[in-house]
Ligand binder design. Structure first.
Ligand SMILES: [Mg+2]
Length: 492
């Protein structure tokens, strides 16, 4: 009688010299192929990697006394995935991280075949947005990504409130890719590029020359697409630069059209001088996007935008809230610089009011708000039909960054992907294993070819360094969410 050890088809397993194994029927994926009799008192050295290259579907028969020894040693490495058609979600757990670069909730979805998928709630979002979905996805086959997405998308909304739905979608794509042994971009139709261009956000500096030097440093790090902030925040100490009703400069919660804040010619001149100093440092050949203009009305946006057109900036970002497509169209038609918004919009239909009238030049979805990998590719494709490029907002851990990378690889009109962790790149990159550190090299992220999102696992020791006492728990049980139920139907 022999004892069967099966090779798993998962390329990650094969690469790591650790065969996926199990007793007959446990693995389920592998079929009987060529057999290899192994005899002797001790476990023989077997070049699993070489065998794995020959075929991922072979078994080895162990005989004699070495059977028990070999069995015990190999069972430590049991990786029983995967028969994708029988894959089922069994659990969802979360871990909180801070400073990567902001507050994030990492989602782990477990299955009945020993594989887990990872996703992430949008920066600053609540774990509740994800956990409320647990009872709605338990027992489902995670490979049915679109079916599950359509079931749960009603529990998302714009900005952070989309974080649960989008984080789950990332984890489903990770699982489906792992189950079938293909990278997530392949599930989205294949790739248009092998490397993803990244732009780096750079926090505000009060002086244009200082900002220019900081951006020059970024270029020295390999970045060839830059972003900075230029807005009324730079004018607080400048006399006669801003006109504002009492209290309006102190509020953050009044939308731009309703603040009554205006910028004066002196204020516009000051900001133009700021950008001129930056351009003197970095030159005119590198794309430079601009964000955080402040809560000024569309008329002030147009006056400022026209004045800044001389600097040929890559785009004006979020000058106006995305909810006002008519004002966006007015702005876009008035200035000669691309206009850009979208980081807080949920689902393709949320973008349509901006696409249909061609109200913007660049759409800027955050995959953790816009609907995950597949929905964001659809958003990019729809934007392309309207003649609009797709840049991608991203201020999260490498998990969401890699989900964005797969989407960017699979979307033809993709332009550039944001990163907020440039000053902490090695530590940030090390949160996941099996990929280069730093993850961004020469201003690009290489599209991973491993299954799912492409990283091998989480660096849990390092993740724990990113925890804070007020958010304890690290992928602890979440039974309290097992039976959350409601009559979820949206129609009668
Ligand atoms: Mg922004």
């Amino acid at each position: 009688m022999g004892y069967c050890v099966f090779f798993c088809h998962d390329p990650k397993v094969l690469r790591s010299d650790r065969p996926g194994i199990g007793r007959d029927g446990q693995c389920g994926t592998c079929v009987v192929g060529e057999s290899l009799a192994v005899q002797g008192d001790t476990a023989p050295p077997i070049d699993f990697l070489r065998l794995g290259r020959l075929t991922s579907r072979r078994f080895i028969t162990f005989k004699g006394e070495n059977r028990k020894t070999m069995t015990e040693s190999v069972e430590q490495n049991v990786n029983s995935h995967s028969r994708p058609t029988d894959l089922k979600i069994t659990d969802m757990r979360v871990a909180h991280v801070f400073g990567a670069p902001f507050r994030a909730v990492i989602i782990r979805i477990d299955t009945n075949q020993g594989i887990s998928g990872y996703g992430e709630v949008r920066d600053g979002g609540s774990a509740t947005y994800a956990l409320t979905l647990k009872s709605r996805i338990i027992g489902e086959n995670p490979c049915n990504v679109d079916k599950i997405f359509r079931r749960i998308k009603q529990f998302g909304h714009h900005a952070r409130q989309a974080g649960g739905v989008c984080g789950v979608e990332m984890a489903l794509m990770d699982l489906a890719g792992k189950a079938y042994g293909v990278p997530a971009y392949q599930l989205a139709g294949g790739k248009f590029r092998d490397r993803i261009l990244c732009y780096c956000d750079t926090p505000t500096e009060t002086d244009g020359k200082t900002m220019g030097r900081r951006l020059k440093e970024r270029m020295g790090q390999g970045f060839s697409f830059l972003k900075m902030d230029v807005g009324i925040g730079l004018l607080r100490e400048v006399p006669n630069a801003i006109i504002a009703p009492p209290g309006m400069l102190q509020t953050q919660s009044v939308m731009h059209p309703f603040t009554g804040i205006q910028i004066t010619e002196k204020g516009i001149d000051h900001l133009c001088q700021y950008v001129a100093h930056v351009r003197e440092e970095i030159g005119y050949e590198v794309p430079l996007a601009v964000d955080h203009f402040g809560h000024i009305g569309v008329e002030s946006c147009i006056r400022l935008g026209k004045a800044l057109d001389q600097f040929s900036l890559a785009w004006y970002e979020d000058m106006i809230p995305w909810q006002f497509p008519d004002q966006w169209r007015r702005l876009t038609e008035a200035v000669d610089t691309p206009t850009c918004t979208g980081e807080d919009i949920y689902l393709k239909e949320g973008f349509e009011p901006l696409f249909e009238p061609r109200a913007i030049s660049v759409v800027h979805p955050d995959l953790a708000s816009s609907g995950g990998i597949l929905e964001t590719k659809k958003i990019g494709d729809r934007a392309q039909e309207a003649g609009i490029a797709m840049a991608m907002h991203m201020a999260m851990s490498p998990i969401a960054a890699l989900a964005s990378v797969h989407c960017a690889a699979a979307t033809e009109n993709f332009l550039v992907l944001e990163n907020h962790s440039v000053d902490n790149m090695e530590r940030w990159s090390s949160l996941v294993t099996g990929l280069p550190v730093p993850l961004i090299e020469d201003g690009h992220i290489a599209v991973p070819e491993g299954p799912g999102l492409g990283f091998e696992g989480l660096n849990e020791d390092l993740m724990k360094e990113f925890q804070r006492p007020e958010y304890p728990g690290f992928f602890e049980p979440t039974e309290a969410w097992d039976n959350e139920r409601a009559h979820d139907r949206l129609w009668s």
